[in-house]
Design a protein around this ligand. Structure first.
Ligand code: C5P
Length: 190
């Protein structure tokens, strides 16, 4: 979805910085690629680049936990069960400074149930302007496939459904919504 969003933004003539983990997808032409492999690297990269953008779209499915310790070398097999202590990763969206925030923040919420309630909760808890929710309880839309179907929830109230379509089509619709919101905000300020 991130790559589709980057492509859509480029099509509309925007500058794009794409912060990406390892994927088997071609980098959209014209995007500045920042490579990361861990939640900690993503945290650092986002904080480094976010101030230069007008809209920050965060669609990464960040792991909620990471291993507490990393072994410096291969660990020998042991008999019996293995317990791996995990520690929470930092919430990147929630960590963004709120004072004098000039850019729009767009979050994503992948849900298996109570989609609207959970998405609205995250919209407020993570201080987003918009959250894009999708139901990932099935296997033919959402993650690891070409189609998606989303509901866009706005901080100011209201929502908009984008019916099932190729991710490229959904991405264009999302970018149009983000751009309209950005323009509206600029008009309000001036
Ligand atoms: O995983 P979850 O449904 O809570 O993700 C909601 C939003 O929060 C997504 O935009 C995701 O990229 C973001 N997130 C984050 N940092 C995390 C976990 C999720 O910014 N550690």
């Amino acid at each position: 979805m991130g790559y589709a969003l980057a492509e859509a933004a480029l099509e509309f003539g925007h500058d794009v910085t794409l912060i990406s983990g390892p994927v088997a997808l071609p980098v959209p032409e014209g995007a500045r690629l920042v490579k990361i492999v861990s939640a900690d690297e993503l945290f650092e990269a986002v904080h480094q680049h976010v101030r230069q953008c007008d809209a920050f779209v965060m669609c990464a499915a960040v792991s909620d936990y990471k291993p507490l310790n990393a072994a410096p070398r291969k660990m020998a097999k042991q008999l019996g069960d293995w317990k791996l202590p995990l520690t929470p990763t930092r919430d990147i969206l929630a960590s963004l400074p709120q004072a004098d925030r000039e850019y729009l923040v767009v979050g994503f919420a992948a849900e298996t149930h109570d989609v609207a309630v959970s998405a609205r909760k995250k919209l407020h808890a993570k201080n987003c302007d918009v959250i894009i929710a999708n139901d990932v309880s099935g296997s033919d839309v959402g993650m690891e496939c070409d189609d998606n179907e989303v509901i866009v929830f706005f901080r100011e109230g209201g929502e908009k459904q984008i019916p099932r379509a190729r991710k490229k089509v959904i991405a264009r619709e999302i970018m149009k919504i983000v751009f309209e919101l950005y323009e509206k905000r600029l008009t309000k300020k001036s």
